[in-house]
Design a protein around this ligand. Structure first.
Ligand code: GDP
Ligand code: IMO
Ligand code: MG
Length: 439
């Protein structure tokens, strides 16, 4: 049994929620380590359809303790709403959720500042989720933010909120915005944060104790490799580190506790927001995939941009995260395609490149070099055994595996738990032996 990190291998929305939920029977703790309510992780089983933003995807498993670490930014109003929505579905949250006292809070001024910054950038906007995520990490780095732990002392908490709000008003002014948060919105944030107080604690200590007892932890990444603030397609990225290696320091644990990295990739690529996207399809095939894959944001409802699988980016993700194995999702979405493309290199003039350049403007100018594989034009939705997949679908998966250089241990053929193919491949079977046996 190991501590496993699940991360997105592309630009987010790869299906991390489904995969984390699926693996939960083998883990006693599920910990979010980055991002905030910009994330939208979907979990579907039986008649349930949950969209989780801040609460780890282990929450529907009564044996799982769910933790939100210090690297996560928390909008208290959004979190309280999420807790209540789950409680409305008879899911017990408050006893099993532990929130880091060190996590920073997103206040109404952070959200306004996010909007003001985007408006002032005009055509150069990032296309953020508008949830105030960037500005919250900004005040964290500037050491003018408010940490959740202060709710245990309401007087100090109110004082700290007032200081941060004053700083945010100043920043809004600098951004050329006349908008200021309404007093009642600030009060609503304070009230929501105070409601969270019984769930606040030291998540690093709780996780360290789990490690010393040998209880396995599943780290749930948010966003995806190329949205990482340092290693992604800067500046069109989010404001936290999304790579697997960050799961340990962002949770307050030593690096050696991380035992394996499972990356989730879609069988094609999507991206929400602006920024370079080498394999983007702007034609009717892209529209077809968007419709079939229901590619509209879980958080904002925005249509996702669609592209072919990018194996250059994929190999880069393998290197950056140290990916040991892949979960490939949404294979069924490609069922009706006559032919399927994979980008195997980028061309820049006469030169062939096999990795992403560090300059987003250069990336935007590159032409992908494609390999074309036959489609299968057969229904694969809900297929649960690899042998039952049509031959061209098996070949597609094997080719991706070859190009990425790591095994595809899970193939997902629908949004529900049971719509999954477990392949008897290492390292997956040794990570979660009991899951392998069950299927
Ligand atoms: P996350 O942010 O990585 O957790 O991904 P999202 O939940 O934002 O987006 C993935 C979407 O694809 C969700 O609506 C899932 O229910 C859905 N999904 C996941 N796996 C599959 C699959 O194999 N096939 C299909 N058709 N849908 C899937
Ligand atoms: P999950 O966890 C897809 C994108 C936004 C925008 C950029 C910056 O569901 O995969 P931000 O609000 O973070 O400042 O926006 O990052 N983005 C995501 N795209 N999935 C996500 O999360 C995302 N979280 C942020 O669309 O391009
Ligand atoms: Mg999502």
């Amino acid at each position: 049994m190991i501590n496993l990190v699940v991360v997105g291998g592309q630009w987010g929305d790869e299906g991390k929620g489904k995969i984390v939920d699926l693996l939960c029977p083998a883990f006693s703790h599920v910990a979010r380590f980055n991002g905030g309510n910009n994330a939208g992780h979907t979990v579907r089983f039986a008649d349930r359809h949950l969209a989780l933003h801040l609460i780890p995807s282990g929450i529907t498993h009564p044996h799982c303790r769910c933790l939100v670490g210090p690297g996560v930014v928390i909008d208290p109003v959004a979190l309280v709403n999420e807790i209540r929505t789950l409680e409305g579905q008879s899911i017990d949250v408050r006893k099993r959720l532990l929130l880091s006292a060190r996590a920073h809070l997103t206040l109404p001024g952070h959200r306004l500042l996010d909007g003001a910054r985007e408006a002032s950038k005009g055509r150069g906007r990032i296309g953020t989720t508008g949830r105030g995520i960037g500005p919250t990490y900004e005040t964290r780095a500037a050491r003018t933010g408010v940490r959740l732990g202060l709710v245990r002392n309401p007087r100090r908490f109110r004082e700290a909120v007032a200081v941060t709000c004053a700083e945010l008003d100043r920043l809004l002014g600098c951004a050329g915005s006349e908008a200021r948060p309404a007093a009642e919105d600030i009060e609503a944030s304070i009230a929501a944060a105070l409601e969270l107080a019984p769930m606040v604690g030291d998540t690093a200590v709780a996780l360290a104790q789990a490690v010393s007892r040998g209880e396995p932890i599943l780290f749930e990444g948010a966003q995806g490799t190329f949205l990482d603030i340092d290693h992604g397609t800067y500046p069109y990225v989010t404001s936290s580190n999304c790579l697997a290696g960050f799961a340990a320091p962002a949770s307050g644990l030593p690096a050696r506790v991380l035992g394996g990295v499972l990356a989730v990739f879609k069988a094609y690529t999507t991206r929400v927001g602006e920024g370079p996207f080498p394999t983007e399809m702007t034609d009717s095939l892209g529209d077809h995939i968007r419709r079939r894959g229901n590619e509209f944001g879980t958080t904002t409802g925005r249509p996702r941009r669609i592209g072919w699988f990018d194996a250059v980016a994929g190999r880069t993700a393998v290197r950056l995260n140290g990916i040991d194995a892949v979960a490939l999702t949404k294979l069924d979405v490609l069922d009706e395609m006559a032919a399927i493309r994979i980008a195997t290199a980028y061309r820049s003039g006469e030169q062939l490149l096999d990795r992403l350049p560090d300059d987003d403007a250069e990336l935007a100018r590159l032409d992908p070099v494609y390999e074309e594989l036959p489609g299968w034009r057969t229904d694969t939705a809900s297929v649960t055994s690899f042998d039952r997949l049509p031959q061209p679908a098996q070949s597609y998966v094997r080719r991706l595996e070859e190009l990425l250089g790591v095994p595809v241990c899970l193939v997902s053929t629908g949004p529900r738990r049971e719509e999954t193919i477990f392949r008897e491949l290492e390292p997956f079977t040794s990570w979660v032996p009991q899951l392998g046996e069950r299927h």
